[in-house]
Ligand binder design. Structure first.
Ligand code: M6R
Length: 364
């Protein structure tokens, strides 16, 4: 039921604080400041390589996870689109963990990749939202997201719940591998626990984001820029805009701009910059200024400190709560989802059932 919401997508965006909290509840023990994964019947500390395979938005969640696994657990991570992975004859040495991420648990390419990894001696972990799905059944380690049914074709709450599970898994692996001290684990848990409140604070800016949508509606092309673990959010923002508003959009790592895409910049191509305060802020801002120097019109998404420092000269700014860089990818999902949503509504497209798309892609 949509309740008071005009679309399922909007309802699902607003459910995120609740469902992320619900998901985190099964992966954290906040009172003890510990990560707590379901019983694992293999030695996870022996994992020396992780292969992540997924499609679409779930793939972008995997891209964020790569940053976390490498940063916290110091385990090398390969990540592939399932459709590429299946046909490139990947090297799969024994002792590897193959991690599949899927809302539906039925995506044909991801499921086939899972079976391939199983046949090639990998331990199979699956982050899925549908507990009765094929992937859930095939996994050695099932890590459910508790997002509840996602009806809108554009994935929103499943994505942030995937990120919540993946952050907990990265921290757990790091603890088991002796890479995180007790204090560091406690600190990670405390940041994750703050996520639902931060998501609520992000949702409070819905009206301000709706007011910016008319600036994007006339565009034919839009660029999204981000760095580090927020780079996949730029890709996700662009995917959301493409799929529901039919405006062409591309996500780029902000440092890649000057290697080609900056040639596209003029006053007709809005550039959405994701730049939370943190170690990469100044770098992203200098890329943003390169865009502005060429007449580019920027929408800066940052926190109050970031906007105070770099907001001048932007076409618009969207203020996010000030959060630890670990949870920024979850929080910054909200403004890119809402911006795509309001642009699509303004264009009058079928938000919940965009043309040419199905909720679950069960054919190759
Ligand atoms: O069910 P899955 O997570 O495996 O689906 C993967 C993609 O088809 C899905 O994320 C798709 O990209 C969404 N429509 C994006 O909003």
């Amino acid at each position: 039921e949509k309740g008071n919401y005009r679309h399922y997508m909007l309802k699902e965006i607003f459910e995120q604080p609740t469902v992320v909290a619900q998901t985190l509840r099964s992966y954290l023990r906040p009172a003890e400041e510990r990560v707590a994964l379901p019983q694992i019947d293999f030695d996870i500390s022996a994992i020396d390589r992780v292969t992540i395979v997924a499609c679409g938005t779930s793939y972008y969640a995997g891209m964020v996870a790569k940053y976390w696994f490498e940063q916290f657990a110091r385990v090398p991570v390969d990540i592939d689109f399932a459709s590429e992975f299946r046909y490139r004859d990947p090297v799969l040495n024994p002792g590897g963990l193959a991690l599949f991420i899927s809302q539906s648990g039925e995506t044909a390419d991801t499921l086939a990749a899972l079976k391939h990894c199983k046949a090639n001696g990998q331990v199979i972990a699956a982050v899925v939202n549908v507990p009765t799905s094929s992937m859930a059944r095939e996994a050695d380690l099932l890590l459910p997201t508790h997002a509840g049914p996602e009806i809108g074709v554009a994935s929103t709450k499943a994505f942030t719940c995937q990120l919540a599970v993946l952050a907990a898994l990265a921290a757990h692996l790091a603890v088991k591998k002796g890479r995180l001290s007790r204090e560091e684990e406690a600190e990670i848990v405390s940041h994750l626990v703050e996520t639902p409140a931060a998501l609520n604070a992000a949702l409070d800016h819905d009206d301000a984001i709706a007011a910016i949508a008319p600036l994007i509606v006339p565009a034919r092309d839009v660029l999204y820029l981000g760095r580090g673990a927020d780079f996949p959010l730029a890709l996700e923002g662009a995917l959301k805009l493409k799929e529901i508003s039919y405006i062409h959009a591309e996500g780029y790592a902000s440092g890649e701009m000057k290697h080609g895409p900056i040639a596209l910049i003029d006053e007709h191509v809005p550039v959405i910059v994701l730049a939370p305060s943190g170690p990469l802020f100044e770098k992203t801002v200098s890329n943003m200024q390169e865009v502005q120097a060429r007449g580019g019109k920027v929408v800066l998404i940052s926190d109050a400190a970031g906007i105070a420092e770099a907001g001048e000269g932007c076409m618009a700014t969207i203020e996010m709560p000030s959060v630890h860089p670990l949870i920024a990818p979850l929080v910054y999902a909200v403004p890119v989802q809402l911006l795509a949503y309001h642009v699509a509504v303004a264009k009058g497209t079928d938000v919940d059932q965009p043309r040419n798309l199905a909720k679950s892609v069960t054919v190759e």
